[in-house]
Design a protein around this ligand. Structure first.
Ligand code: PMP
Length: 425
C-alpha cells in the first residue's frame, strides 16, 4: 500500500504578501467567481451567508479523499496516521489563525450553531438554576438566541437582552447595567450578520469578567474579516464556521478556555470521546476529543486548514484596508439610489450593507437582481428580534469578502436602479 502523501501539493498559488493588495489576483484563486451564467458575469454579494472557496481549499479536500482518506486516531497503519496528522494539523493551523492559546483548546464542530449549542448544553445547563440570567444582545443571530432559550426554559432561567440603537449600535452601558449576580453567561456577536455592526467585544469581556461572568463570542462574521484574535479579546468561548471562512461546509470551531472545557461534561457520547467504557461506567478522553464523538468531518477540517493557510499568506492589514474602503464605497453607492434607506449605520461596521427600498419587498429586490446574475440575500437574516426592534420585516443585504470589487458594487447600484424601473411599471 502506498504511504499517504501528507504534503499534498496545493494546485493553487497563494498571493504574494509583499505586493500591494491585488483583488484581481485574489479573485483568480476562486473558480466560482469566474462563472458567467448566460454569458454575463456572476456578481456574488452574499459572502456573509457563505463565502466562495479558493482553489487551494477545493484541492486540499479532493486530495484528501484521493490520497489520504482513512479514519483517524485509532488506526496503526500509515494511511490512518497520515489522515490523523492532517486532521490534527488543521486544528493547529486554526488555533494559530485565531490566536488561541493552543490547539488543545480548539474543538471541531459542525459550525457556529453547533458550537453554541455545545456550550449551552455542556457548560451552562448544569450550572443554571431557576431565576438565573443569560445575557445576549438585540442583534443576535437565532443561533445565539435559541440554544440559550432551550436551556433557560428547562431550568427556569431568564434571557436578558441588551438593547441596540436605531442605527444598530450596541448600547454597551445598558449591557453593563444588565450584568447582575444572577448572570451566568454573556453571549454576543463580534459582528452582526444582519447589519455589519462591529461590537466592542473587548469592553464587554472586561465588564463581564469584572463580575466573574464568562463571555461567549459568536465570531461567525468576524473570522472571515480577519478580526478574530481570541487572546486579545480575552473571551471564554469563541465560535465560528468554516464555510464563512473560505473553507468547507459542515466544519466549525469552538474555542473554550482550558479550565472551562476541562470542567465540562461531554456533549455527545460515542466513539473517540472515551478513555474506557464498561457497562457500569465510562470515562472520558481529554479535551478536545471529549467533545468530538464519532467520526468527525475529517476532509472538512483539512479544507479548513487549507483556507487558513490561504488567509495566513495574505497581508492582513492590506485586506482590512481594502475591505474598509470597499464598504465605504458600497455604502455611498447604495445610499445614493433613490428610495433606498440603509438599515444599520453604526460607526463601526464591516463588509455588510443592509437596506430597504420604498414600496418594494426585499425578496422582489433580490429576485429582480438575480435576473442580472447579482446574488444578494433578502429576509430576516435569522435575526427576527432585531428586525422587530428596527421596525422592518426584512431587509435586502449585500455582503462583501476579500474578493469583492468596486465593479460588483457598481453592478449592484445599476441593478437597484433597474429594480426601481421594473417596480414603477
Ligand atoms: N452567528 C452569526 C453571526 C451568523 O452570521 C451565522 C450564519 N449566518 C451563524 C451564527 C450560524 O452559523 P452556521 O449556520 O454556520 O452554524
Amino acid at each position: 500500500m502506498p504511504a499517504a502523501d501528507v504534503r499534498a501539493p496545493l494546485r493553487a498559488s497563494v498571493p504574494d504578501t509583499r505586493a500591494p493588495y491585488d483583488v484581481e489576483r485574489v479573485r483568480r484563486e476562486f473558480p466560482l467567481l469566474a462563472l458567467s451564467p448566460d454569458g454575463r458575469p456572476l456578481v456574488y454579494l452574499d459572502s456573509a451567508a457563505t463565502s466562495q472557496k479558493p482553489a487551494a481549499v477545493i484541492a486540499a479536500t479532493a486530495d484528501f479523499y484521493a490520497r489520504s482518506n482513512a479514519n483517524i486516531h485509532r488506526g496503526v497503519y500509515r494511511l490512518s496516521e497520515a489522515a490523523t496528522a492532517l486532521y490534527e494539523g488543521a486544528r493547529a493551523k486554526v488555533a494559530r489563525f485565531l490566536n488561541a492559546p493552543g490547539p488543545g483548546d480548539i474543538v471541531f464542530t459542525r459550525g457556529t450553531t453547533e458550537s453554541i449549542n455545545l456550550v449551552a448544553q455542556s457548560y451552562l445547563r448544569p450550572r443554571l438554576a431557576a431565576g438565573d440570567e443569560i445575557l445576549v444582545t438585540a442583534m443576535e443571530h437565532h443561533s445565539n438566541i435559541v440554544p440559550w432559550q432551550l436551556v433557560a426554559a428547562e431550568r427556569g432561567a431568564v434571557l436578558r437582552v441588551a438593547p441596540v440603537s436605531d442605527r444598530g449600535e450596541l448600547d454597551v452601558a445598558a449591557l453593563e447595567g444588565l450584568l447582575s449576580d444572577r448572570t451566568r453567561i454573556v453571549a454576543l456577536a463580534q459582528i452582526s450578520n444582519a447589519l455589519g455592526t462591529v461590537n466592542p467585544v473587548g469592553d464587554v469581556v472586561r465588564a463581564a469578567h469584572h463580575r466573574g461572568i464568562p463571555v461567549l463570542v459568536d465570531g461567525a462574521q468576524a473570522a472571515p474579516h480577519l478580526a478574530a484574535d481570541i487572546q486579545s479579546l480575552g473571551c471564554d468561548f469563541f465560535a465560528c464556521s468554516g464555510h464563512k471562512l473560505f473553507g468547507p461546509t459542515g466544519i466549525g470551531v469552538l474555542y473554550g478556555r482550558a479550565e472551562l472545557l476541562d470542567g465540562m461534561a461531554p456533549w455527545q457520547g460515542g466513539g473517540d470521546m472515551i478513555a474506557a467504557v464498561s457497562f457500569e461506567r465510562s470515562t472520558w478522553a481529554a479535551v478536545p476529543a471529549k467533545f468530538e464523538a464519532g467520526t468527525p468531518n475529517i476532509a472538512g477540517a483539512v479544507g479548513l486548514g487549507a483556507a487558513v493557510d490561504f488567509l495566513s499568506a495574505l497581508d492582513h492589514e492590506a485586506v482590512r484596508g481594502y475591505e474598509a474602503a470597499l464598504l465605504r464605497y458600497a455604502t455611498e453607492r447604495i445610499a445614493a439610489v433613490p428610495d433606498v434607506r440603509l438599515v444599520g449605520t453604526a460607526p463601526e461596521k464591516a463588509s455588510i450593507v443592509s437596506f430597504v427600498m420604498d414600496g418594494v419587498h426585499p425578496h422582489d429586490i433580490a429576485t429582480i437582481l438575480d435576473a442580472d446574475n447579482i446574488c444578494i440575500r433578502a429576509g430576516h437574516h435569522c435575526a427576527q428580534p432585531l428586525m422587530a426592534r428596527l421596525g422592518v420585516a426584512a431587509t435586502a443585504r449585500a455582503s462583501f469578502a476579500l474578493y469583492s470589487t468596486r465593479a460588483e458594487v457598481d453592478a449592484l447600484a445599476a441593478g437597484l436602479e433597474r429594480v426601481r424601473q421594473v417596480m414603477a411599471r
